[in-house]
Design a protein around this ligand. Structure first.
Ligand code: ACO
Length: 425
């Protein structure tokens, strides 16, 4: 990280102030404003953090103009093709891809910690049968902190890593239990001889009354989707995990906060919203009407799965997902919504409104069609996103805990409310 200076001139006082400028490996340089208020009396104003780097990180880089995504320097396309999700988890957490021995170790550590405390299973009974699985996931993940006191010293690096592995291991178990609760089927215990995704499919779809065979196409598609969702630098949910974690709260609570943030339709909830939108459009002949609605500022409708805060070009994940979609539908039969989505993409990409604003399909545009083909109900889509993204949340929480400059996250504000006044009584 190289350092330069930028000079700020305050016309009000006539004073000049020098602020350090840092250049990272890639990306825009940043102005260090940590001493700005102390030096000048000014705060900065940046709703939505559109111009603010909230931390230094060595995990993920994305170039929104080029449509490039790198985890620890490796392009997402190569990781999706050559690695497993657990290898990518290892990479995000440890900074390097695992050796064969490290791979076996991480696979063993994760696939042998998949059981959850039996009392946690009782929690699900407290939810109404139609509770949203994201509500159950948020609550049960937060509750993990009530069960694993033995490894909750956040100042102990070994405890931190153990908790990190535990979280990733138990998430599919909790997710599948939420699904089974909704459909009223008996909970299926995890099987340690299965892969991470094979085990998840088993817990989702197996029943005690019959054999269940894991389909390698589904297992592979899910594994790649988890890789594609694993991290995306300081997105809303990851920033939430960091902000919650900055207070010193335990990682289960911090990740539960991240899950809650992911739920929103402007973030991870968009994959659910895309299918709802495709169902609502219903037919290619209605596309023009919905495109017109998306462009109408008086209509709250937006083209779900389109646009991104950082990507002003194709989201590289969307391209890979579109290819997986073809493969999965070859296996499971065509879904007319895929045709509809591709036609919608084609029309939108030629439309001046979308071109001008650089709105392209994002990661969520095609993922729901794959999940649907694999038998997941719509309400589970964001849960699947959460399992993949947990790898990134964990890596960022660990990185933050190791950062000697860690401070509690506490933004300031521009107050425009009433001036001081007395209660008229
Ligand atoms: N449909 C129609 N218009 C859109 C869309 C869309 N999907 N997205 C952005 N725009 C328009 C806005 O109306 C705005 O137009 P204006 O300049 O005329 O006012 C312009 O494009 C810029 O949009 P902002 O909302 O300012 O961009 P921002 O970076 O704040 O939002 C976001 C990004 C939230 C992703 C937005 O594009 C969106 O709502 N997309 C749909 C939801 C979605 O797919 N979310 C998933 C994101 S990826 C993820 O989280 C995994």
């Amino acid at each position: 990280m190289s350092e330069a200076k930028i000079t700020l001139h305050d016309p009000k006082t006539g004073q000049t102030h020098e602020l350090p400028v840092y250049h990272g490996t890639y990306g825009s340089p940043v102005i260090d404003i940590t001493r700005l208020h102390a030096k000048t009396g000014y705060f900065t104003f940046d709703p939505g953090f559109v111009s603010t780097a909230s931390c230094e990180s060595r995990i993920t880089y994305l170039d929104g103009e080029k449509g490039e995504l790198l985890y620890r320097g490796y392009p997402i396309e190569q990781l999706a093709e050559k690695c497993s999700f657990l290898e990518v988890f290892y990479l995000l957490v440890h900074g390097e891809l695992p050796t064969p021995e490290q791979r076996r170790e991480v696979e063993h550590a994760i696939t042998h910690h998949t059981l959850i405390n039996e009392s946690l299973l009782e929690f699900f009974k407290g939810f109404h049968y139609d509770a949203h699985p994201m509500a159950m996931l948020t609550a049960v993940v937060a509750s993990l902190s009530a069960f694993y006191h033995d490894s909750l010293d956040i100042n102990d690096p070994e405890h931190r890593l153990q908790t990190a592995y535990r979280l990733l291991a138990k998430l599919p178990t909790i997710a599948a239990a939420a699904y089974k609760h909704r459909v009223g089927e008996p909970f299926m215990y995890p099987r340690n001889n299965l892969s991470y995704c094979g085990n998840f499919l088993h817990m989702m779809y197996a029943r005690p009354t019959e054999d269940y065979e894991i389909d390698p196409v589904a297992e592979q598609a899910l594994d790649t989707l988890f890789i594609l969702h694993a991290d995306h630098e300081q997105n809303a949910s990851t920033s939430t995990v960091r902000l919650a974690g900055s207070t010193g709260t335990n990682p289960y609570a911090a990740v539960a906060a991240g899950i809650a943030a992911l739920w929103g339709p402007a973030h991870g909830g968009a994959n659910e919203a895309v299918l709802a939108m495709l169902d609502e459009i219903g037919d290619v002949k209605n596309i023009d009407k919905f495109i017109a609605r998306a462009k109408d500022k008086n209509d709250p409708f937006r083209l779900m799965g389109f646009g991104h805060r950082v990507y002003k070009n194709f989201d590289p994940r969307a391209k890979i997902i579109k290819r997986i979609c073809h493969k999965v539908l070859e296996r499971y039969g065509n879904d007319p919504r895929f045709e509809l989505a591709m036609r919608l993409e084609e029309i939108a990409l030629k439309d001046e409104y979308f071109i001008e604003r650089k709105l392209y399909p994002n990661v969520d545009f095609y993922s729901g069609i794959i999940y649907s083909a694999l038998g997941f109900p719509r309400e589970m889509f964001t849960v699947l996103f959460a399992i993949g993204r947990a790898a990134g949340w964990i890596a960022h929480w660990l990185e933050m805990m190791d950062d000697p400059r860690r401070k509690i996250g506490r933004p300031r504000q521009l107050y425009t409310g009433p001036a001081r006044r007395d209660v008229p009584r």
